[in-house]
Design a protein around this ligand. Structure first.
Ligand SMILES: *[C@@H]1O[C@H](CO)[C@@H](O)[C@H](O)[C@H]1NC(C)=O
Ligand SMILES: *[C@@H]1O[C@H](CO)[C@@H](O)[C@H](O)[C@H]1NC(C)=O
Ligand SMILES: *[C@@H]1O[C@H](CO)[C@@H](O)[C@H](O)[C@H]1NC(C)=O
Ligand SMILES: *[C@@H]1O[C@H](CO)[C@@H](O)[C@H](O)[C@H]1NC(C)=O
Ligand SMILES: *[C@@H]1O[C@H](CO)[C@@H](O)[C@H](O)[C@H]1NC(C)=O
Ligand SMILES: *[C@@H]1O[C@H](CO)[C@@H](O)[C@H](O)[C@H]1NC(C)=O
Length: 589
């Protein structure tokens, strides 16, 4: 490539981090034509997890939300337990552990959208399904029906709750994308459409008639029939014991067009006193999740983080006998009751993240490091190579199984970037659960590095859509330190010559990286390590009439003359010893 164009990968990370900026008024709706949600005019699919703020002390909310975000979720689904906020009739509490708006704010800061489930009935294995016990002071009250006393209490509560939610609607600059009305109403005996009509009117009155309202019901025709009503999008829930295509075809019978949605995909299950501890198989959960996501369905995992039934807040079931729910609501969920990641979390994270090969981890130096200080990957937790820079200056790399220590210098507060490259998943033997990324914390001197921000870098997507463009150009790579420069993009063009035949790309003297031709990722090159020296370029990738775009991401160090060669034959054995005799003159950029 004659015209050397250099782009910093960190600039790319900056772009990735700011991608969510919206121009124009935010919008969220159901796209019946294309069978999906639409967010800001673009197709949208959610991968969500349930978390109950009422089961987690508020000082841990941020931690749990961050972990959910890091697992790759873009939304959380939450219940509002009415009896938690109105324990005594007419006395409302929205402070401390009951500060719903603080929770919404933390989710919004974390970058998580919210699916709000305000009931009034929520089930949730929560005391009386979230309904306040004082409703029973009227002896013949028919709960969850158009009973006047019940409706009056519901209306007064919603007149307190829903106006608070208005500013949190996505369309009003907040993060609530959809709002559920009632909960699995079809499984209750009353089947009272007047009640559901009343709720629909109430929700539309307080939230506006543009807000996406939905219902959720179990996977039977009876439940879907009694639980759904026109004007509220009908979704379904089911777990790992169900045939996915059959369940979604049931949803389709009630909602012929629009997105497929599983509102409660059961990652685990609850326990009752005296029963066996419930467990749901990790492999099944991650496999079915993958299948649903690849169908384009939006999925909420129930639960993602269960928490605890503190105090007397546990619920109970009464099918053929009374069974009270235990105190822990761990639920065998991906994050444990105490918020710790489980094997299920790692498996799910792997399913969700469409790996593009690269993840960027960013944090700050906890203290001044004037002298070389060792950065250690204690549990061999870098999968598979990590390129480390401080304030954009490359410092060195860590590699799985081989390089577990490197040195760093810098000042307190300096930005530390760790670009982690996935070198391919183990596909054979006992280690096929090969999780990628940073799997354990890094230790710097005496400190454990924490507070990571994590970006999945969709480099392929960006390059395919024409990134980088001129104007984002940097004149030279970062200052050199040590044996390499760190990750840098180079871009050039190959003039069209009217022909497009199969060739083999050779990156003489380049170190290690990735190459794209006209947006297509040819793969990794690593001539220094060998044996492979050339990459196959299928002829149809090259345009015979237009300049061909070549992008190289060199991770370590480019040669002084950044050129690549198009050869007429492959070289897969670096020790062949005849390199210089090969025809290297075919084409050159
Ligand atoms: C409101 O709830 C919080 C959190 O449970 C509690 O600390 C506080 O005492 C309650 N306020 C009142 C007035 O009951
Ligand atoms: C939610 O976060 C976005 C992005 O940071 C911010 O612009 C918006 O004001 C926040 N919304 C609310 C209601 O705080
Ligand atoms: C699910 O049901 C469909 C249609 O009834 C069937 O073709 C498919 O094989 C089933 N899938 C599984 C995993 O049993
Ligand atoms: C780190 O720096 C120390 C002191 O300068 C040196 O002895 C050590 O070899 C360095 N370690 C690595 C991995 O470069
Ligand atoms: C090369 O990139 C330019 C700018 O993005 C684009 O217009 C052109 O079509 C690309 N060339 C080919 C052959 O795809
Ligand atoms: C690769 O090169 C080495 C050294 O010249 C040679 O011994 C070996 O047979 C070659 N392998 C193949 C598959 O050609």
């Amino acid at each position: 490539m004659d015209t050397k164009t250099v782009f910093s990968l960190l600039y790319f990370a900056f772009l990735a981090a700011n991608r969510t900026v919206v121009s124009g008024a935010p919008s969220f709706s159901i796209d019946y034509k294309n069978n999906c949600f639409q967010k800001d005019g673009k197709p949208f699919q959610y991968v969500s997890g349930s978390i109950h703020y009422s089961r987690i002390p508020h000082y841990y909310w941020k931690d749990r939300l961050l972990k959910m975000y890091m697992a790759g979720l873009n939304a959380v689904q939450i219940y509002v337990p009415w009896n938690f906020h109105e324990e005594k009739r007419g006395v409302y509490n929205f402070t401390g552990d009951r500060d719903l708006e603080n929770f919404l704010d933390l989710a919004n800061q974390t970058g998580l959208l919210v699916i709000l489930r305000p009931g009034p009935y929520i089930c949730a294995e929560w005391e009386m399904g979230g309904l306040p016990a004082w409703l029973l002071q009227k002896p013949n009250i028919v709960l969850r029906s158009a009973d006047t006393d019940y409706l009056e209490a519901v209306s007064s509560w919603m007149a307190v709750l829903l106006p608070k939610m208005r500013r949190w609607l996505y369309t009003n600059g907040g993060n609530i994308i959809t709002v559920q009305v009632e909960n699995e109403y079809g499984s209750y005996y009353t089947c009272d459409y007047n009640y559901m009509r009343h709720l629909r009117t109430l929700f539309q009155f307080f939230l506006g008639d543009k807000t996406v309202l939905f219902t959720t019901d179990g996977n039977t025709d009876r439940e879907m029939t009694c639980g759904t009503l026109e004007g509220m999008y009908a979704t379904i829930d089911f777990g790992t014991d169900v045939n996915i295509s059959q369940a979604f075809s049931r949803q389709r019978r009630f909602e012929p067009r629009g997105p497929l949605v599983n509102s409660e995909f059961y990652t685990g299950w609850l326990d009752h006193w005296g029963d066996q501890h419930a467990q749901v198989d990790t492999q099944k959960v991650s496999r079915m999740l993958g299948e649903m996501l690849s169908m384009g369905a939006s999925v909420n995992m129930y639960m993602f983080e269960g928490g605890t039934n503190f105090g007397y807040w546990n619920g109970a079931d009464h099918d053929n006998r009374f069974r009270s729910v235990v105190t822990s609501y761990d639920y065998n969920a991906p994050l444990s009751e105490a918020g710790d990641p489980t094997e299920k979390l790692l498996a799910i994270r792997d399913t969700i993240s469409k790996y593009y090969g690269f993840m960027l981890y960013r944090t700050k130096l906890p203290r001044d490091l004037p002298e070389d200080t060792p950065l250690i990957s204690p549990l061999n937790g870098v999968h598979d190579r990590a390129y480390v820079s401080v304030c954009g200056v490359f410092q060195g790399l860590l590699e799985r199984d081989t390089t577990l220590v490197m040195n760093l210098t810098g000042k307190q507060g300096d930005q530390v970037d760790v670009l982690v490259e996935n070198m391919g998943r183990v596909n054979f033997g006992s280690k096929i659960n090969d999780f990628k990324g940073l799997l354990s914390n890094l230790i710097l001197g005496k400190d454990v590095l924490t507070d990571w921000q994590i970006y999945r870098l969709d480099i392929d997507g960006a390059i395919a859509s024409g990134w980088p463009q001129s104007g984002q150009r940097r004149s030279s790579p970062n200052p050199v330190r040590g044996p390499s420069d760190g990750p840098v993009f180079y871009q050039g063009t190959l003039p069209p010559n009217g022909l497009a035949w199969d060739t083999f790309l050779r990156l003489n003297e380049w170190t290690k990286g990735q190459v794209w031709i006209n947006g297509v990722n040819l793969g990794r090159y690593w001539p220094k390590r060998g044996p492979q020296q050339t990459l196959y370029v299928p002829g149809p990738l090259l345009s015979p009439t237009q300049p061909n775009n070549i992008t190289v991401l060199e991770l370590e160090r480019a040669p002084p003359h950044t050129r690549v060669l198009f050869m007429d034959r492959p070289q897969l054995n670096s020790t062949a010893g005849k390199t210089s005799q090969l025809q290297t003159t075919d084409r050159q950029t």
